[in-house]
Design a binder for this molecule. Structure first.
Ligand SMILES: [Fe+2]
Length: 262
């Protein structure tokens, strides 16, 4: 008699099947994003990167973030030598226009700007010249290529830290070339880099691999920040769906998130 037949006869097989089919996904209460206080990664200054295109669009997204419960926004336009040659003047000028419009419309939310720096040669020059936009405790938000493993990242990170900055790596779960090389992430952590999760990675919005990496990293408890990285309204509509996500629940209860300290 096979094992299967033996189980059938003992009734175990039937009860196992019953358990399998009766297992329901755990229903979780919707999370309240207001506990985060601050969203610290988004693209809400119109027309200067691949984020919002108009002031109206910017205001719509800010209103939506306010509905989520955020009290403060630190928006972070791209700075990338090849594509987005933004400077502190361009970013802060754009921020002022957004702030003026918020005032006109009596929208009560704090908004600041920094940048999302792509690590390239130009970034190293800016670092050498102390021209970086920071927030919080001298935090600098940095991103890497989505395609090619960076060659000089450890050196740049070391220079940043030695210069008194604390780097935050944007969306590490979106760097697929390190999906089977988590030791690379560990090296960054050991150098003092903080990690920021994109909320929408949990939905599979970017890719199934990014979702899996996000899950694994939440299990490893490596995130200090979570953010919308909103470029357009679609991103916030997707983020809204994550409020009952079990991994986001796990992240919120990790006790490690620093969003509310900004
Ligand atoms: Fe971004």
């Amino acid at each position: 008699m096979s094992v299967l037949q033996a189980n059938k006869h003992s009734g175990t097989f039937k009860s196992t099947l019953q358990k399998l089919f009766s297992r329901k996904k755990k229903e979780l209460d919707p999370l309240d994003f207001s506990v985060l206080v601050t969203d610290m990664h988004s693209h809400l200054i119109p027309g200067i990167d691949d984020g919002v295109k108009t002031l109206d669009e910017s205001i719509s997204l800010i209103k939506k973030l306010q509905q989520f419960g955020y009290k403060k926004i630190i928006t972070t336009p791209h700075i990338m030598a090849d594509f987005y040659k933004n400077t502190p003047e361009i970013i802060l000028g754009g921020l002022q226009k957004v702030k003026n419009r918020l005032k006109e419309e009596n929208i009560d939310i704090e908004i600041f700007a920094a940048a999302e720096y792509y690590i390239d040669e130009d970034f190293e020059n800016k670092l050498d010249n102390h021209q970086l936009l920071t927030f919080g405790k001298n935090y600098v938000l940095v991103e890497l290529s989505y395609v090619y493993p960076p060659s000089n990242v450890q050196q740049v990170i070391m220079n940043l830290v030695m210069s008194g900055y604390t780097p935050i790596l944007a969306h590490p779960e979106r760097y697929p070339y390190w999906s089977d090389k988590f030791e690379e992430f560990q090296k960054l952590k050991d150098s003092g880099v903080l990690f920021q999760l994109n909320i929408n990675s949990l939905t599979g919005h970017y890719s199934v691999l990014a979702q899996k990496m996000a899950h694994k990293m939440i299990d490893m408890n490596v995130f200090e920040f979570v953010a919308t990285d909103a470029h357009r309204m679609q991103h916030l509509n997707i983020a809204e769906q994550t409020k009952t996500d079990e991994y986001l629940h796990k992240l919120f209860s990790s006790g490690k998130l620093l969003n509310n300290s900004l």
